[in-house]
Design a binder for this molecule. Structure first.
Ligand code: AMP
Ligand code: GLY
Length: 421
């Protein structure tokens, strides 16, 4: 088969890497990255070029397309492919609103009694201010639309919350994403994410993966896209997974279906385990990054079969199995990330790192230039290793990381450190 993966980060490299091993498939990445180029072919198209992406798929006879990032899902890439009779994995625009609009997601949860923080919605700054003064702090202010993961502002006092309203609604720092606001109660608890395959009716959980959001060891420093990951996660037991299924995922999928929206793709549920029980922080409509980097090595059933079944409403026919092996991913980031950083640093040692069995280096922000591999993003590489236990995979991932060099690189030293098995 010819399979097109839309996107060019570590998540997309992990998806392409997985599919390339599943049979005689030709894998394309658009725009792809140097890691994808080693197992397939890059296509010079950015993810915002929806029409051209569909033209490419038709002209090249692509049999199946997987859309990785949220932006093209929110913008309707899947709708365009379906309208042209092309087979594709991911939610349509109406379903991707669950990630694209926090107002939509919160109202959906309210209508279907899905547990989440108490909230109100505002389309003007004056009413938002009055509400914040009445409720007090801590409180959370969120821009409605997609704001590159920066649209949720946790405010420890009332002046900070009023300032957040000012920046979003009056200074318009997130543009039209800030036309409306969600102001919600601050929740205390342990944060975790669970992901599910769904065809709009049947729901199947992915193996849990724990992500490290903070830039520095001990969860210090600013939030990033994710500095590393491990799977499985002992904290997530069957009862927690079943409770998430019954109280959150099924009512969400059924609720959408009852409103005429069939969600086909990945439902990514961000959760807070509070003393009042599980509450939803947010939904995403896509695979996680770097979660995918540790889930793909652990998947036993061919990914392509699962994704095709999701897209065609046959997920109930698939037995989704996972390996018992663990996996750990350590992200190597550019110096200064998530703040300002420089690109174009020469990367050495990737091949040496991959010489160990079970190690794969996923490319997140790299480019090739005159035969040299260069850094080209904040998160540069996801050094991933598999092993019988989390501790084995962690040791192997760190040994591999030590063989890779580029000027200014930094990684957390405590990924999976607290996991004893
Ligand atoms: P979101 O983009 O909505 O997931 O928010 C980003 C981050 O802000 C979350 O991962 C939480 O750490 C934090 N956060 C968001 N909403 C709340 C809330 N209601 N209470 C406490 N923390 C929150
Ligand atoms: N690792 C967090 C995310 O993919 O949203």
């Amino acid at each position: 088969m010819k399979v097109l993966v839309v996107g060019g980060g570590g998540r997309e490299h992990a998806l392409a890497w997985r599919i390339a091993q599943e049979g005689d498939h030709r894998v394309y990445g658009a725009p792809g990255n140097p890691g994808i180029a080693r197992i397939g072919q890059n296509v010079d198209l950015t993810v915002d070029r929806i029409g051209e992406m569909a033209d490419f798929a038709r002209e090249q006879g692509i049999d199946f397309t997987i859309v990785g990032p949220e932006a093209p899902l929110i913008d309707g890439m899947v709708d365009e492919f379906i309208a042209r009779g092309l087979k594709v994995f991911g939610p349509k625009r109406a379903a991707a609103r669950i990630e694209g609009s926090k107002v939509f997601a919160k109202n959906l949860m309210r209508r279907h009694k899905i547990p989440t923080a108490d909230f109100d919605i505002f389309d003007n700054a004056a009413d938002a201010r009055t509400y914040i003064e009445k409720k007090g702090a801590p409180i959370v202010v969120k821009a409605d639309g997609a704001a590159a993961g920066k649209g949720a502002i946790v405010c420890q006092d009332v002046p900070a919350a009023l300032d957040a309203v000012e920046r979003i609604m009056e200074e318009r720092v997130f543009g039209s994403a800030g036309d409306r606001l969600v102001v919600e109660e601050f929740m205390v608890g342990q944060e975790m994410s669970l992901l599910f395959f769904t065809d709009g009716e049947t729901v199947v959980p992915l193996e849990p993966a724990r992500d490290y959001k903070a830039a520095r060891d001990g969860d210090e420093g600013p939030n990033t896209g994710g500095m590393g990951c491990y799977s499985p996660v002992p904290l997530v037991d069957d009862s927690l997974r079943n409770e998430t299924m019954d109280r959150i995922v099924k009512p969400t999928i059924q609720g959408l279906l009852g409103e005429g929206i069939r969600f086909r793709g990945i439902l990514y549920v961000g959760l807070m385990l509070t003393n009042k029980g599980l509450q939803v922080l947010e939904f995403n409509a896509r695979f996680g990054d770097p979660e995918t980097q540790v889930q793909m090595p652990r998947l036993d059933t061919p990914l392509i079969e699962i994704l095709q079944a999701c897209s065609s409403g046959r997920l109930h026919e698939i037995d989704v199995r996972w390996k018992t092996d663990a996996a750990v991913c350590v992200v190597m980031a550019s110096g200064g990330y998530p703040g300002r950083y420089e690109r174009g640093k020469v990367i050495t040692g990737v091949q040496d790192a991959e010489a160990d069995e079970g190690v794969v280096v996923f490319h997140a922000g790299t480019k090739m230039d005159n035969g040299n591999l260069l850094s080209d993003g904040g998160r540069v590489l996801g050094v991933t290793a598999a092993g019988p236990k989390v501790a084995d995979a962690r040791d192997k991932a760190y040994q591999a990381t030590a063989r890779i060099h580029f000027e200014g690189s930094h990684s957390r030293k405590d990924i999976a450190a607290a996991v004893s098995n």
